[in-house]
Design a protein around this ligand. Structure first.
Ligand code: ZN
Ligand code: ZN
Length: 298
């Protein structure tokens, strides 16, 4: 397929699913077209610098992104659905950065807390959702406090059971690699040569623990931040606002405790606590902080 033309015509329309991440959509679309993510990104008119960034930064989009143009090039996909791919995560990241910036910079704890609240470099996932969608990765899975699937009421997975590797930290692929939407894409250690050398563990067959009701309820309240139909004022009035208030952090609660097996959080919820206090505990144990290096190829 020749995608090096000014107005490419794709043979297949590939609509985003609700809540999908921008990098996830490009990856899934590219897999469907049997081309690489970067090839598709160029054909859709994405800014060249965005194509070279880590997946987390692709997921947050770019101010130069033109949803109308991307939608038109993607066989007439709904522009609102295209914009929604990055809008929520970008807004969340901006609001967190703004509120932390207003805090007293001398308060190292506040700075730390703001950093761990940024979207994660890697992505968690719900194995059942991933199986049922055939590999559509959601934007919410990059939120550090989003730990459970509301649909299946189970905790999300965070690492490959075979190699322990996190997922979706790299940028859009330079070359087409088949069948990586639902399997581990981490390189296999110690391997060399022209073969694939990826872990390829099936990420959809992982058993995860049941999620506590209190966590699901908290997430349901806070996830409105990703909804483009929710105003910024409403988003800030939600738990996100109290989460990022600039007073000194309270003493960490004991709602979550680290799992010895995976480093992920356990589900030992106790009495209700403030969102900020809950999530401070969560991010202490389930951190995937938001540094923004350029993408590595793999
Ligand atoms: Zn699920
Ligand atoms: Zn693996």
């Amino acid at each position: 397929m020749n995608t090096n033309v000014a107005s490419p015509r794709f043979p297949i329309r590939f609509d985003p699913v609700a809540g999908e991440s921008f990098d996830g959509w490009i990856d899934a679309y590219a897999q469907r077209l049997l081309i690489s993510g970067r090839e598709l990104g160029r054909a859709l008119g994405l800014p060249p610098r965005l194509l070279r960034l880590h997946g987390a930064n692709v997921a947050k989009g770019d101010a130069e992104l033109d949803a109308e143009r991307i939608a038109a090039r993607a066989c007439g996909t709904d522009p609102a659905a295209v914009r929604a791919l990055w809008f929520g995560l970008a807004r969340y990241d901006r609001l967190i950065a703004q509120r932390v910036a207003r805090a007293d910079a001398r308060r190292r704890a506040v700075t730390w807390f703001g950093r761990v609240l940024r979207p994660m470099v890697s992505s968690r996932w719900c194995p059942i959702c991933l199986a049922q969608s055939s590999g559509r990765w959601l934007a919410a899975w990059r939120l550090p406090w989003y730990l459970a699937c509301p649909t299946h009421q189970t905790m999300l997975a965070s690492g490959c059971p075979a190699c322990g590797g996190t997922q979706r930290y790299a940028g859009l692929r330079v070359e087409y690699v088949p069948d990586l939407l639902t399997s581990c894409s981490r390189p296999t250690a110690g391997q060399a040569g022209p073969c694939d050398h990826r872990c390829r563990q099936d990420l959809t067959i992982i058993a995860t623990a049941a999620a506590p009701d209190a966590l699901l309820a908290l997430q349901a309240e806070m996830i409105a931040i990703l909804d483009p139909t929710v105003s910024e004022t409403e988003a800030l009035a939600s738990s996100i606002g109290s989460l990022t208030c600039t007073s000194s952090p309270s003493t960490p609660g004991s709602i979550y405790t680290p799992s010895t097996a995976t480093g992920e959080t356990s589900t030992a919820l106790s009495a209700p606590r403030s969102p900020r206090r809950i999530l401070r505990s969560v991010t202490r144990t389930a951190c995937g902080c938001a540094r923004s290096p350029t993408a590595t190829r793999y």
